[in-house]
Write a protein that binds this ligand. Structure first.
Ligand code: B4P
Length: 192
């Protein structure tokens, strides 16, 4: 099973990808997490990505392609993958098509998480408030300024993917403004 989770920042891609990964017993591949780890580790890719992510912009396709190509080649990904936050541009979708074809696989389903903008803002800023209260590090892009840039990037660069995948008959949209358990149930139903 090869799945893509698509949605604006704070839609719950990471939250739901983790749950689906437990249920379906296939790995969650989060480009956001991979880029944040690369940034903390100070790798060449990570150093280039860190400031871009902090501003809320999308990291260039060639850098993201490098991390995903490396990760998807790992043995555990042969069983299937849940792609969390990748692809985010039409060029990335074409890179993914090429990778899957080369491995003799195909995409089973693209799950779009739909949430209105007010709720996205509440969730992201809520996460920052919670992190601050519990003494954890606040994500560098969880602030109003970066979120506005992230939302614009989603509208301009990522949302065209809904047409791309709908034309291929792969898109399933789910109301992700519901409580977390209800969203998971709706996603499982959409996959089935
Ligand atoms: P990501 O790490 O992918 O994060 P995100 O889109 O901002 O959030 P996500 O949708 O996963 O929301 P989450 O579950 O955390 O991207 C960060 C940055 O990395 C990008 O801006 C970009 O710079 C870079 N990047 C990553 N991939 C890239 C790519 N392919 N190309 C270029 N750049 C790339 O949920 C958010 C909050 O909401 C949490 O607090 C959660 O608990 C809460 N929540 C979730 N679901 C909920 C629900 N149903 N009800 C209530 N709260 C909920």
């Amino acid at each position: 099973m090869r799945l893509v989770l698509l949605g604006p920042p704070g839609a719950g891609k990471g939250t739901q990808a983790f749950r689906l990964s437990q249920i379906l017993a296939i790995p969650q591949l989060s480009t956001g997490d991979m880029l944040r780890s690369a940034a903390s580790a100070g790798t060449t890719v990570g150093m280039k990505a860190a400031d871009i992510m902090k501003r809320g912009e999308l990291v260039p396709d060639d850098l993201v392609a490098r991390v995903i190509i490396e990760r998807i080649a790992q043995p555990d990904a042969a069983r299937g993958v849940i792609l969390d936050g990748f692809p985010r541009t039409v060029s990335q979708a074409e890179i993914l098509d090429g990778l899957l074809v080369a491995d003799g696989h195909e995409l089973n389903c693209v799950l779009e998480l739909k949430v209105n903008e007010a709720k996205l803002l509440d969730r992201i800023l809520g996460r920052a408030i919670q992190a601050r209260a519990s003494g954890e590090a606040v994500r560098a892009d969880d602030n109003e300024e970066a979120l506005s840039v992230r939302l614009t990037a989603y509208t301009n660069q990522t949302s065209p993917l809904t047409h791309y995948y709908s034309a291929k008959g792969l898109l399933r949209s789910v109301d992700a403004s519901q409580p977390i358990d209800c969203v998971t149930a709706a996603l499982i139903e959409a996959i089935e």
